[in-house]
Design a protein. Sequence first.
Length: 256
Amino acid sequence: MSLLDKIATIVASAGDILLEKMEAGFSICKKGQIDLVTDADHAVERFLISELKQAFPAASFCAEEQGWLEDNESDAVWFIDPLDGTTNFAHGFPYFSISVALAKNGQTVAGVVYNPVSKELFAAERGKGARRNGHPIKVSQNADLQDSLLVTGFPYNIKTSAENNFDQFSRATKASQGVRRTGSAALDLCNVACGRFDGYWEQLVNVWDIAAGALIVEEAGGTVTDYHGSALLHSSKSVIATNGLIHGQLLDVLQG
């Protein structure tokens, strides 16, 4: 079994935990005014860490709910978002995912994003292309922003931060065919990768939100940068991902 297949098998099993929690019920706490966490987040994160540690014992972990678990100077790091789209999950809206990425020497080398409701599993290994449920995927070929369908997200501190995305959302809506706001950065990136969206952007993101999805976009032929058009790093706090053809146009609109 390949590296990617091993990761995908573990992530798919973690998805069963989310579905079980949806049926049996779950508890909800608040990390901020509108930033939720459920016991499903914690259960899936514990499962992923346990299973990945057994399968790949040499790597360290950076997970959304527990932070750094091992020496963060390790050459290999797992970036884990156990439930990307917790607010959607808490309200029963079926658009959420599990995101797992493996990085080596500061570069993401493998990524898996899974929506357990739709059973869509997106995966990529650097240099080997991107796939959805085992089938190759490619970004769209739309070269005009005006004809593009975009997707974005808003930060949890939207009520207090100047980086609230309102102005960018307004400009992009006027410059494109439309902008959607769906609630899972990882899935938004994957939907760019398979051509459903032509572009995605978001501010104040974390590495576990976007590491896997960004690789999947790149391996599907797209372009991923930060808000300034610079290479996306694990420390980046903003992201723009497109089919590559509209990247410059979207950058110009977002920068005003």
